[in-house]
Design a binder for this molecule. Structure first.
Ligand code: SF4
Length: 457
């Protein structure tokens, strides 16, 4: 049976049409409020964005969902888990750093209107092992222990591309995001007995090229970022003391992106499949029928919010979706992104995938040539939902009173609330002198001279 996915686009000309309130409306239309009861602790799983990323979810996108959960009498709490330290400047790999990064992105208890829980402790040590009931590859993973205290969860997602999963939607928000550090090592297969980092090859040519740079060069940084001193540089050769390697992942970025470390090809092909495997373990531990999904499909960048930048989006904004089915909601986002026009100058245009009907994420996001459907097919195999869906176009609320910022209401509008102060203000107008109009309106509409030159610095 097809699942229902509720949708509204991002056009707006009124308060009720603001996308943050459209998110509340699709939340209601999808019946997500039925997933919890008054007094319940309801997690809002979101991604805070890595330092330098500029298009992760804005605080106001989250706040409207926080307030909706509060209106329903429950206790919202924004949740996430620490990341692997995957480069020399990871900004979310400890609880302290994650909260600092969130604050730099405007996400604090004050702006969100509810507490923030980092659910796997300061260094990811607070975790529980959870089983994958019917996975494609994984049999188990590890989840932030704090997530076990939730009564329900709303997965609030920014839909975009992802270098390993090919796209980052609701499945990835949970499948990667709810994992503790060890869980994330599992989904990335970095601690795998065969494919794990301990067994990765070394490209000595790339290492020698990196070592030519001024200190601290790429090799210096790779060696120093290993907390276990597993790398040595001797006789113009990078040595990897594999028995020292604890497969913590800290060399992943500096090693992989400089081409110094060479992962086996199998690992890249499996990444998209392991995300739904881990998703399955986590949602079964929290309560599969207690989880709802709201996705902002805006700023559809080629890569995820876990990189330190945001490239120009591939396609124009889609809007906001809600569903009880994580597979259907991701499928709806993928299909709509295929049909949408690309953003001029984007990577999709640059790589020749501007035509509607082309798989933008398969061709512009994943770096291993994996299909954007791999994650969906793995999720179906895991029994997480269906890719067949009915898209239901919602409409904004008819009465926007509840969305007014308090204390203002139609009965108590701003001018009424502040009338006493108005009577204390000196409104007298000074003598209003003016010149004769120096320009005609026709002259004012003429475009003035602009750019005189362009050059690269
Ligand atoms: S070599 Fe091993 S221990 Fe060192 S940073 Fe890489 S994964 Fe961690």
């Amino acid at each position: 049976m097809a699942s229902q996915v509720f949708f509204m686009n991002d056009r707006a000309n009124s308060l009720a049409e603001s996308i943050k309130f459209k998110a509340v409306k699709v939340f209601r239309d999808a019946g997500l409020g039925e997933l919890f009861s008054p007094g319940d602790w309801v997690g809002i799983k979101m991604h805070f964005g890595e330092h330098g990323n500029s298009l992760s979810l804005r605080p106001q996108y989250v706040r409207s969902i926080v307030e909706e959960i509060q209106r329903l009498g429950a206790h919202p709490v924004v949740v996430d888990c620490t990341t692997i330290c995957f480069n020399e400047y990871s900004s979310r790999a400890t609880r302290t750093d994650m909260l600092r990064t969130a604050a730099r992105h405007g996400l604090t208890e004050e702006t969100l209107g509810c507490p923030i829980w980092i659910c796997d402790g300061e260094f990811g040590e607070e975790e529980v092992r959870v089983e994958v009931p019917h996975g494609v590859y994984l049999t188990h993973s590890y989840m932030g222990r704090g997530l076990k205290y939730l009564d329900a969860m709303i997965v609030l997602t920014h839909f975009k591309g992802h270098p390993m999963g090919v796209f980052g939607g609701a499945l990835k928000n949970v499948g990667i995001g709810c994992g503790s550090k060890r869980g994330k090592l599992c989904t990335h297969l970095l601690n795998h007995p065969l494919y794990g980092i301990r067994n990765w090859g070394i490209n000595q040519q790339a290492a020698q090229a990196a070592a030519q740079g001024p200190h601290p060069n790429g090799v210096d940084r790779l060696m120093k970022n290993c907390p276990f001193d597993a790398f040595r540089w001797e006789n113009n050769t990078l040595h990897f003391d594999r028995e020292k390697c604890q497969m913590c992942g800290a060399c992943f970025g500096p090693g992989l992106f400089a081409g110094i470390l060479q992962p086996p090809p199998e690992i890249m092909l499996l990444w998209a499949a392991t995300i739904p495997d881990a998703f399955s373990a986590y949602v079964h531990a929290i309560g599969k029928d207690k989880i709802g999904y709201v996705t902002y499909a805006v700023d559809l960048t080629p890569w995820c919010d876990c990189v330190n930048w945001s490239d120009k989006p591939l396609v124009h904004n889609l809007g906001v979706f809600a569903s009880k089915d994580p597979v259907a909601i991701d499928m709806a986002c993928l299909e709509m992104s295929e049909a949408r026009a690309v953003v001029p100058g984007s990577k999709a245009e640059e790589l020749g995938f501007a035509e509607p009907g082309t798989e933008r994420f398969t061709n512009c996001a994943g770096f291993a040539g994996v299909s954007q459907w791999a994650q969906i097919n793995s999720a179906i195999y895991n029994g997480l939902g269906t890719s067949e869906y009915e898209l239901i176009i919602s409409s904004p609320v008819a009465d926007d009173t509840e969305f007014w910022m308090k204390p203002y209401t139609p009965e108590n509008p701003w001018g009424w609330v502040h009338r006493k102060e108005h009577h204390k203000i000196d409104w007298k107008v000074e003598p209003f002198t003016h010149r004769d109009l120096q320009f005609s309106m026709v002259d004012m509409s003429v475009k003035p001279k602009g750019k005189v030159a362009e050059r690269e610095l």
